[in-house]
Design a binder for this molecule. Structure first.
Ligand SMILES: [Zn+2]
Ligand SMILES: [Zn+2]
Length: 365
């Protein structure tokens, strides 16, 4: 066992609402009981990091950003038995507790009491940092709970498999876990950024026969085609519901995934689905959004209306499996890495992401 020591490393923080992020020195304590220090190899830039910076999650500044990461276990605290020093891991934000009412009912993918590190990382002056999604991996190293580390095959490129830690898993799982897409299904995906394209990749792996990509941006529709979409709808020129129906003998698809998360896209998802079909909401709405619809439509169209948190994933089950499929050439995870950047380029990457020019920028350390 390596107990480690307190140390100082570089980390990217958001100090105040909307202010540009800063690369600063942070303090990382030696891992306590149940904690692990991970030497970060790569961390993807996710829209949620930008939402933290802009105050859309909470106001517990300063935030230590970054949460789609892979790296190597550097030190472990007392009682850690799921990983050892030197293990290659992908970080997750669903370290299940095994004790809450969801876990006890055999539904750990809904765990309501997931674990994070108990100790705080701080600025040099002692100010406590709030790590994004309990991870904080735009840093040379970070401190997490042991359950947040999932071992995967070390042959995999960390910049690629780190993305399993959030957006790619959310999209893939929305299709395969939450939506239950299986062979022969027809599927439509609204919004073809990282999450939507991962849903398309998942639908393809699961054997969907028709995969319809919907976006207003033709670049994104090309990404979607590359990841397995069989049909493309440009929502800037076509009525989405009518266009989906036209591609499905007038009926709509078995599953529609809303990877945007706005009232208008959710309504499109609702009406673009076949009778008794499934809608999966994986795009994240903002608190001001509301929905008004005829209640009779909910009844008469049947089926199921679901939300997908983190793709209903179980990291211990899903990360190693998806890593293996990627290494076997059966899952094109590497297509999500548009560019590799350094730790001081996160703010610039936010702008590139905001303009919709990348699937993922990945910080490589
Ligand atoms: Zn639990
Ligand atoms: Zn994310």
């Amino acid at each position: 066992m390596s107990v480690g020591r307190p140390q100082q490393v570089r980390g990217v923080i958001a100090r105040a609402k909307g202010a540009p992020v800063e690369l600063v020195t942070i303090n990382i304590p030696a891992p306590g009981p149940g904690e692990v220090v991970v030497d970060i190899a790569a961390c993807g830039v996710c829209h949620t990091d930008l939402t933290y910076r802009d105050g859309g999650i909470n106001d517990e500044y300063p935030f230590l950003l970054g949460h789609e990461a892979a790296g190597t276990v550097e030190a472990i605290g007392d009682g850690v038995d799921n990983v050892e020093v030197g293990d290659f891991v992908v970080l997750n934000w669903r370290a299940v507790c095994g004790q809450c009412r969801a876990c006890k009912r055999g539904r750990p993918q809904y765990c309501f009491d997931t674990h994070n590190a108990t100790q705080k990382m701080t600025l040099e002056d002692g100010t406590e940092l709030t790590p994004a999604l309990g991870i904080g991996a735009f840093a040379d190293k970070t401190l997490v709970a042991a359950g947040q580390c999932t071992k995967v095959d070390p042959a995999a490129d960390p910049a690629v498999v780190g993305l399993l830690g959030c957006g790619v898993m959310a999209g893939f799982g929305a299709a395969v876990n939450t939506g239950g897409v299986s062979r022969g299904d027809s599927v439509a995906v609204i919004g073809c950024g990282g999450v939507g394209d991962a849903a398309i990749m998942g639908a393809r792996l699961a054997g969907a026969s028709k995969i319809i990509a919907i976006d207003r941006d033709t670049t994104k529709l090309e990404w979607a085609r590359d990841l397995g979409a069989t049909h493309m709808i440009d929502a800037s020129t076509a009525g989405v519901v009518e266009a989906v129906q036209a591609l499905t003998d007038g009926f709509g698809t078995d599953v529609v995934i809303d990877a945007v998360g706005r009232p208008e896209t959710w309504k499109q998802a609702f009406y673009a689905r076949d009778l008794a079909g499934t809608v999966v909401l994986v795009g994240v709405p903002t608190p001001d959004m509301t929905l008004e619809m005829p209640l009779v439509d909910f009844f008469s169209r049947g089926g199921s209306l679901k939300s997908s948190w983190y793709g209903d994933c179980l990291p211990e089950r899903d990360f190693p499996m998806l890593t293996d499929l990627y290494l076997q050439g059966r899952l094109p995870l590497d297509k999500f890495v548009t560019e590799r950047i350094s730790l001081d380029e996160v703010e610039k990457a936010f702008e590139t992401m905001h303009r919709g020019e990348v699937l993922r920028s990945v910080v490589v350390l």
